[in-house]
Design a protein around this ligand. Structure first.
Ligand code: CO
Length: 148
């Protein structure tokens, strides 16, 4: 029955879109410039996350958004990612309406969680990461937009 809490939780856990694809890079400005000149991208907002240890620059191409991740501290996980693998795809971010419900559903399904509870992402979002070992080697971010 659609009115059961469990069914409502499942509906809230559904993916509603692709938020962004994130790329780890040493120099976000030069990669952003490449997207602008080569593909006509629009440079979007940028901000510092994780206490200033990570600079994030958004690039928009029509309905597609890239999130360029430029670490500012060698201790940041993205810096360690760059050191071990070099620049490249870091994560895919999926929009969900209810991140708590989505995380609970993933946990029930046996997916390893990087974040047991949601935390603050860029521009007011709540985000949580799922472990790549459970999802084909791809780090997946769940993202819930801030309340309207
Ligand atoms: Co992201």
């Amino acid at each position: 029955m659609s009115g059961e809490p469990r069914e409502e939780a499942k509906a809230g856990a559904s993916v509603t879109g692709l938020s962004h694809v994130a790329i780890a890079v040493e120099d976000a400005d030069s990669l952003a410039a490449a997207f602008v000149s080569a593909l006509g991208a629009t440079r979007g907002a940028e901000e510092l996350l994780d206490g200033g240890a990570l600079r994030v620059v958004f690039v928009h191409l029509g309905p597609v958004t890239f999130e360029l991740l430029e670490p500012r501290s060698p201790e940041h996980t993205v810096a360690k990612f760059l050191a071990s693998r070099g620049p490249g795809l870091h994560h895919v971010s999926l929009e969900v309406a209810d991140i708590a419900a989505a995380l609970a559903r993933c946990r029930d399904a046996g997916v390893r969680l990087v974040d047991e509870t949601p935390r603050a992402g860029a521009h007011g979002t709540q985000v949580a990461f799922l472990h790549p070992k459970s999802l084909g080697g791809v780090l997946v971010e769940l993202s819930q937009a801030r309340e309207p």
